[in-house]
Ligand binder design. Structure first.
Ligand code: CO
Ligand code: ZN
Length: 332
């Protein structure tokens, strides 16, 4: 799975520009799905299984977009001014490198920050080695992701865009391992999550699921003085979400997920996240409403260029997702 993770995290795809990562996902799925399609917002939807007695139409959603930067202005000496795509922290940008969709690379500098104050996104500029506006290989509206190689630390894995490519890897692996299921499972590799859960919103409407799960990263509470205070820690298993700032998971589904984890002997932890949102919100609020939950992969340094997950958590997330999708989902 590590080579799949590496391929996914090293493919650029800021929100709205997911065409390369979508191809990477499609290639990784190969012929493992019964049916595969792309909708108008660019969500890749791979279907596996036929509804049998006790089965449901289930949506699983992992977003394939990532945070990044968009060019707002090219200075006459070739420097690029940028705005954020999603939740970018200017502090983690300075000195970093970026990769544009057309292959152009650049480094991020900062200007105009007074001593004692924090940089804003408008204080950043990108230097792609151009000397004038005319020879600059990128233009207004072009987007870049951060460029960091995948780092395998053995038990711990580090990369940019583990949020949410690690969930894409988990979903792809679960799709492949899912053998028999009474459910018709729609694996959605969703777009534009980082700018407001947009891809999953239309995907959920189109799939019209009876139950759904998001798969996404969540904060870890196990680093020095971690804020906000959280119970979650790397290595303690997939986290079963109770709530985040965007939705409250269906309590019946949460209980059922816990019972499935226990029955299969898969370690798990409970997650209460006071910030952030996931595709679970889009599933829950589609049409007349759908019971929804979320399997979270605990991650350190989210939205930095070096997001860290635990390799055992990744494997156990696959196991849990396969278990959840293999069973009739009973909510009462
Ligand atoms: Co995110
Ligand atoms: Zn995410």
């Amino acid at each position: 799975m590590k080579s799949l993770i590496q391929k996914l995290v090293e493919t650029p795809g800021p929100s709205g520009f997911e065409y390369k990562i979508r191809d990477t996902v499609r290639e990784a799925i190969g012929d493992s799905a019964d049916e595969i399609r792309v909708d108008a917002l660019g969500n890749l939807i791979a279907i596996k299984g036929k509804k049998a007695a006790g089965g449901k139409r289930v949506m699983v959603s992992a977003h394939i977009d990532e945070i990044g930067l968009m060019v707002t202005h090219v200075e006459k000496d070739g420097f690029l001014r940028v705005t954020n795509v999603g939740g970018v922290n200017p502090l983690t940008c300075i000195g970093g490198r970026v990769l544009f969709m057309n292959g152009t690379r650049g480094v991020i500098g900062v200007s105009g920050v007074k001593a004692g104050s924090l940089p804003k996104i408008t204080d950043l500029f990108v230097d792609v080695g151009a000397v004038s506006r005319e020879d600059c290989p990128v233009k207004v509206g072009d987007v870049c992701g951060f460029e960091r190689p995948f780092l395998d630390l053995g038990k711990r894995l580090v990369a940019k865009s583990m949020d949410d490519r690690i969930a894409a890897a988990v979903a792809i692996e679960a799709l492949k391992r899912l053998e028999s299921t009474p459910n018709e499972v729609h694996f959605v590799f969703s777009t534009q999550e980082e700018v407001g859960i947009r891809g999953a919103t239309t995907a959920a409407y189109g799939v019209d699921p009876e139950v759904g799960f998001a798969v996404d990263v969540t904060l870890s509470g196990d680093t020095p003085d971690a804020m906000p205070r959280m119970e979650t820690a790397l290595g303690n298993g997939p986290a079963i979400k109770v709530r985040d700032a965007s939705f409250i998971a269906d309590p019946r589904l949460v209980d059922w997920m816990v019972r499935q984890a226990e029955a299969a002997g898969i370690p798990y932890q409970m997650e209460v996240l006071t910030a952030g949102g996931t595709d679970g919100r889009a599933i829950q609020l589609t049409r007349a409403g759908v019971p929804a939950g979320c399997v979270s992969i605990v991650c350190r340094y989210i939205h930095s260029p070096s997001e860290m997950v635990d390799a055992d958590d990744v494997e156990n997330s696959v196991r849990l997702l396969v278990k959840l999708l293999s069973e009739p989902i009973e909510l009462d």
